[in-house]
Ligand binder design. Structure first.
Ligand code: ADP
Length: 640
């Protein structure tokens, strides 16, 4: 299809068109003009008043598929189908008003052709009488511009969505310092709503201590100098303190004039709190390390990368030594420890901790330093660890001294016992002589001298008897510790029965009533355990109250032990004497009317302690007493 045919009046001869052309368009100019219209990049058409095409240029023909080969009298609406039906009101309006209708935004959707967004203008064309004879149509393709506009609108919509949804606070101020934009995160950070922010400058929500520093940045910002990554504290509307990471840039218009500033504030409160917690915990650890109360060292694999002063001092190294020499664990460990060290190291790698253990380090001078160590793995991949070291030198010395003292004490105790035994044993003989001679004097001279002499002889006899008892008790006391303790299975039932037989007279005289439950068999010394029961029963009868003595003996199994109780209904003991009565020669003052040496319970305690047990009393004056003693080796009741 060539230009001529396109521009020829549709269905009409050339003359009709020629007549309508201005004079200047004749000849070359006319051809040029036709070419110009034909090749114009906008769609141009001339319609008659039935809205049929009279002229259509190539551009519009291409866009719409209008073929002027067709009987071109087809009306516009038929040519473009229903798609341009909506154009009819404009065309009618132009015909009615006689005024052009400009830049109507429309969509061109011809069947089988690309859809285009267009700007269409309709101009009335008048004949020489001034009547509207035709309508000129100019159609501009604005599809690319529309696409750009849509893309822009879409990207702006997305940007708005992102800024609204982001957790970062985004805010912009104009040069007067008024807020021009703030996303919802600003309210979340500061607690101020958009409306409140309008009156609020950036500086108002800065924690007072940080204001001077941030103000410096703020002033430079309005002079065109942005800043990145400044941390400061936010004072929220509610008075909370939060941490923000702040970055601001100046904003410019197209001509390069600064029109405002824009910033992003990130809430880093959580990170800060974590950081602070980390610093605190790091400080705690550092304090421990620097306090030098214990040795602390850390390292990677064999290499010691850090050692505190306490550790270096312990092994005689200076800080310079440590920095110059690359110390390894094997350099500071005694060679004997190295084998077990490997096992510990494996344990540390698999379990992550190495429980405290004792080892010997090697001092710089080659001597050994006993120490207690414990280690924890910090990172498995790099095999890094931290270890504490407690110098045991002093403790070991103290232990040694204590051991020596204990041995010394045991020796002097033995000496004392030997002395007590020998002294009391050797005292017996002269005492026996004194007693027998005093008894002889009493027999021969009683009633023959004056009455004073009789009294004196009586006192001497009584003193000799008391001294005899005292020496006997002392001998028993000293004997408890002497020699090997017999360790046989013995029945407490049988021992108790024998003791009761021995004490037959005493029991009868006092009309004491003695009951006992099933007592166990224990491992111990029969003679000593008999002595124990004898002393307790004698006391229970001796320290009786007004009523006849009632005594009950029971055994109770507690874990690995037997607890034996001896209960009486006697005068009881005041609580303040409850401990003291077990010491030698200790008697309760207001019990002086009862005869005794004060050695009975001391002997009991010694016997029980030698058997690995304890003895104690629970009593109230006038309420009777309950003596308890424990014996190890819980077995069946009843015994052998
Ligand atoms: P002694 O019986 O020779 O005085 P002990 O060592 O046996 O010495 O007892 C020490 C003191 O404990 C007694 O003097 C007495 O005051 C008190 N005592 C011991 N057994 C009893 C008891 N069953 N009831 C009340 N007091 C007791």
């Amino acid at each position: 299809m060539d230009a001529k045919r396109l521009l020829n009046p549709v269905g009409g001869g050339g003359e009709a068109a020629d007549q309508n052309l201005p004079l200047s368009a004749h000849g070359d100019a006319k051809a040029l003009f036709e070419n110009f219209l034909e090749s114009a990049p906008i769609g141009i058409a001339l319609l008659d008043l039935q809205f049929r095409f009279v002229l259509v240029n190539r551009c519009l023909a291409d866009w719409t598929g209008v073929s002027l080969e067709d009987p071109a009298l087809r009306p516009l609406q038929e040519t473009w189908g229903g798609l341009v039906r909506e154009w009819l009101p404009e065309l009618n309006e132009v015909v009615r008003s006689g005024e052009p209708l400009l830049n109507q935004e429309r969509r061109l959707e011809p069947p089988g052709k690309i859809t285009r967004d267009v700007l269409a203008s309709f101009h009335p064309v008048r004949d020489k009488h001034g009547n509207i004879s035709n309508i000129g149509m100019f159609v501009n393709d604005i599809t690319p511009r529309k696409q750009v506009e849509q893309a822009l609108a879409e990207s702006e919509r997305k940007l708005r969505l992102i800024t609204a949804a982001t957790s970062e606070a985004i805010i912009a101020y104009d040069m007067q310092g008024d807020v021009v934009y703030a996303n919802p995160a600003v309210e979340r950070l500061t607690g101020y709503s958009n409306v409140e922010l309008q009156k609020r400058r950036f500086i108002n929500w800065i924690y007072p201590d940080d204001q001077a520093r941030m103000l410096g940045f703020w002033e430079k910002l309005f002079k065109g100098e942005g800043f990145v990554g400044e941390e400061y504290r936010v004072l929220t509307k509610k008075g909370e303190v939060k941490w923000a990471l702040s970055s601001w840039v100046p904003l410019y218009d197209e001509s390069g004039h600064q029109i405002g500033v824009q910033g992003i504030e990130r809430d880093i409160t959580k990170r800060k709190e974590l950081e602070q917690a980390l610093v605190r915990s790091e400080n705690r650890f550092r304090r421990l390390v620097e306090a030098n109360v214990i040795g602390v060292l850390s390292g990677e694999g064999e290499l010691i990368t850090f050692a505190n002063d306490s550790f270096l001092h312990m092994l005689g190294y200076t800080r310079e030594d440590f920095n110059v020499r690359k110390l390894e664990l094997s350099d500071v460990s005694s060679p004997e420890c190295l084998d077990t060290e490997h096992n510990r190291w494996d344990g540390l790698l698999t379990k992550g901790v190495c429980p405290p253990f004792e080892k010997e380090f090697q001092h710089k001078d080659g001597s050994r330093v006993p120490a207690l160590c414990g280690a924890a793995l910090i990172d498995r991949a790099s095999r890094s660890w931290v270890c504490f070291v407690l110098d045991l030198n002093d403790r070991k010395d103290a232990e040694r001294r204590l051991r020596d003292m204990a041995e010394e004490l045991a020796r002097s105790n033995r000496d004392l016992q030997d002395f007590a035994y020998i002294a009391s044993h050797d005292l017996k003989e002269p005492l026996r002589m004194v007693s027998s001679f005093v008894r002889l004097i009493a027999q021969r001279y009683h009633g023959k001298l004056d009455s004073d002499a009789d009294d004196f002889i009586g006192y001497a006899l009584d003193g000799a008897r008391r001294m005899n008892r005292l020496i006997d008790d002392l001998l028993i006391y000293a004997r408890v510790d002497r020699g090997q303790l017999k360790r046989e299975r013995v029945s407490l039932n049988q021992i108790l029965k024998r003791v009761m037989m021995d004490l037959g007279n005493l029991i009868d005289e006092s009309t004491a009533k003695i009951t006992f439950g099933d007592l166990p068999a224990v491992t111990g010394d029969e003679v000593q355990l008999g002595q124990l029961f004898q002393n307790l029963l004698t006391n229970a009868i001796k320290f009786k109250g007004d009523a006849a003595p009632i005594i009950d003996i029971r055994a109770r199994n507690v874990g690995e032990e037997w607890i034996i109780s001896v209960q009486d209904n006697g005068i009881g003991i005041n609580k303040e004497f409850a401990e003291r009565v077990f010491l030698p020669f200790r008697r309760v003052e207001n019990h002086q009317t009862y005869r005794g040496t004060g050695m009975g319970l001391a002997i009991c305690r010694k016997i029980v302690e030698r058997h690995g047990g304890e003895i104690w009393v629970d009593s109230e004056p006038g309420e009777g007493s309950m003596f308890y003693f424990s014996l190890a080796g819980a077995e069946s009741v009843g015994g052998i």
